[in-house]
Design a protein around this ligand. Structure first.
Ligand SMILES: Cc1cc2nc3c(=O)[nH]c(=O)nc-3n(C[C@H](O)[C@H](O)[C@H](O)COP(=O)(O)OP(=O)(O)OC[C@H]3O[C@@H](n4cnc5c(N)ncnc54)[C@H](O)[C@@H]3O)c2cc1C
Ligand code: SF4
Length: 460
């Protein structure tokens, strides 16, 4: 049913095939277990020995958190693995997560000089994991807080940005209170990142490690705009850091979007991450994913790994325009996901109240902008996932019905020090436009904002 046609297609006449338990317990276990095997000591030593320990190492520049990469690798090479972990965590308290989720192929490893000679970088992410796993297994607290300052900072959002900020402020002797709308801290580490990248309780264990420093109080189930107000936080705390990420998703703007079986990919992934027994999750036999980023890749691969037979990502532009990296696109394809480029959804076709197919129009670039060609085709679907980008919802930032902060491009506007337009209020992570929407960037934002808040408090 994928023949191009100028006419609109009609919905197929078969009932939607959506079911749980498509796989055996062993298959679920394999599909949602750790995707990478950790390095063994001998492998880590060999990998570490490949590092040239460059002066002015380009990999440090390429890491948004500026980890001293040659420094930690040298420590691994001399069997000081705990020291290596401390070097990592000093710059990036989420070094354990980042070792598993960073797209290293566009960050540190892309900059590695070994690429030039051998076409293969030092395995920086895996070495980072080797070191941080070692420290976590020891169960020791590597940091000590400075003397108490008596200052209190409210942090809204307990994801990577909020917790990185809280940890740095606590280290400097301040008291922090982290408010989060959800029941668990961790943000998208807990509710968004693909299950096989952060399997089991990794995200919660890391949150526990971060809180273990002390000076960070958690208030979960507390949403700004619902349970707490920005005006109250500004009154009761010395400073406020906003790190709420994205709470909304873009609409498809295609007819039939409200049909049953059309799901928001991020919400489904959150449910998947919170479901211990993956065999209870319902998934379609034929799944269509609309989008071109991380989320599209992750929902497509996880659908496949839940037992969907036929999964197709459809993206409106070409492969090089996708925000998912080449590595991620290839990963989806090796997992049996098809990727179809240059097509956009025009309408969703129904059987009763349920989606049965998506009608697409081919696209091309005309005079610099995207245009439909008029040619259409349809893909049958039992489930359709929307993965076309998330947005920040500004409503919680309102006082007396008015958003009190300056926004820029739909996110919170900040200066180079993460200060917003409101005095004593800072922001970072996905809710500001500071760089790439990646975990490692959110961590760096939190760290920088903490430094700025500390400087501000020192002057008062
Ligand atoms: C499906 C998916 C997969 C991803 N995969 C990767 C990946 O593999 N690698 C990578 O580097 N990046 C990945 N990312 C991006 C990465 O997860 C984010 O860039 C990062 O989590 C941003 O951190 P943050 O702290 O700004 O926001 P979040 O992690 O979103 O945390 C925000 C927190 O604020 C809370 N919150 C929201 N609104 C309120 C409110 N009104 N009051 C109180 N609390 C509130 C939320 O509950 C949440 O805990 C992925 C994103 C998605 C959606
Ligand atoms: S935090 Fe990410 S980008 Fe930085 S060195 Fe580690 S894996 Fe590379």
């Amino acid at each position: 049913m994928s023949k191009p046609s100028a006419e609109a297609a009609s919905a197929p006449d078969t009932a939607p095939d959506i079911a749980p338990g498509r796989l055996t317990p062993a298959e679920y276990h394999a599909n949602f277990g750790d995707i990478e095997s950790p390095l063994q000591r001998a492998e880590a030593l060999i990998d570490a020995s490949r590092c040239y320990f460059c002066h002015d190492a380009p990999c440090i520049e390429a890491c948004p958190t500026g980890i001293d990469i040659p420094g930690f690798i040298r420590k691994i090479a001399t069997d000081n693995v705990k020291g290596a972990a401390v070097t990592i965590l000093e710059q990036n308290i989420f070094g354990g997560t980042c070792a598993r989720v960073c797209p290293t192929e566009i960050l540190c490893e892309r900059a590695c000089v070994r690429n030039a000679g051998e076409g293969r970088p030092v395995n920086i992410g895996a070495l980072q994991r080797y070191a941080t796993d070692h420290l976590f297994a020891l169960g020791v607290e590597p940091f000590q807080r400075a003397a108490p300052t008596g200052r209190r900072i409210a942090i809204v959002g307990g994801g990577p940005a909020g917790l990185a900020c809280a940890h740095r402020l606590a280290l400097l002797g301040h008291e922090t209170v982290v408010f989060d709308a959800r029941e668990k801290l961790g943000g998208l580490n807990e509710y968004g990142i693909a299950a096989y990248k952060l399997p089991e309780d990794f995200a919660q264990n890391e949150v526990g490690f971060i809180l273990g420093l002390g000076g960070i109080a958690a208030r979960t189930g507390q949403a700004l705009g619902r349970d707490i107000a920005l005006a109250d936080l500004r009154r009761d705390f010395d400073a406020v850091f906003l790190a709420m990420g994205f709470a909304g998703v873009n609409a498809l703007a295609a007819e039939g979007e409200e049909l049953a079986g059309v799901e928001d990919a991020v919400a489904y992934i959150a449910q998947l991450r919170q479901t211990a027994d993956k065999s209870t999750l319902h998934i379609g036999r034929r799944v269509v994913v609309i989008g071109g980023g991380n989320t599209a890749i992750d929902i497509a691969v996880q659908s496949k790994r839940l037992g969907a037979e036929d999964v197709t990502i459809v993206y409106r532009r070409g492969p090089s325009h996708m925000s998912a990296t080449d590595h991620e696109q290839a990963f989806a394809q090796t997992n049996g996901v098809k990727i179809k480029h240059w097509a956009r959804p025009r309408r969703l076709l129904a059987r009763g109240h349920h989606v049965a197919a998506v009608e697409f129009e081919y696209t091309r670039i005309e005079e610099g902008s995207l245009a439909g060609t008029g040619e259409r085709f349809a893909l049958e679907a039992d489930m359709v996932f929307k993965a076309i980008g998330q947005i920040m919802l500004p409503d919680p930032l309102s006082e007396d019905g008015r958003v009190v902060l300056e926004l820029k491009d739909g996110r919170i506007a900040v200066d180079a020090h993460h200060a917003t337009s409101l005095p004593r209020v800072y922001a970072g992570g996905d809710c500001v436009a500071s760089g790439q929407d990646l975990t490692v960037q959110a961590v760096e934002d939190g760290k920088r904002a903490a430094a700025a808040i500390d400087r501000y408090l020192a002057k008062r």
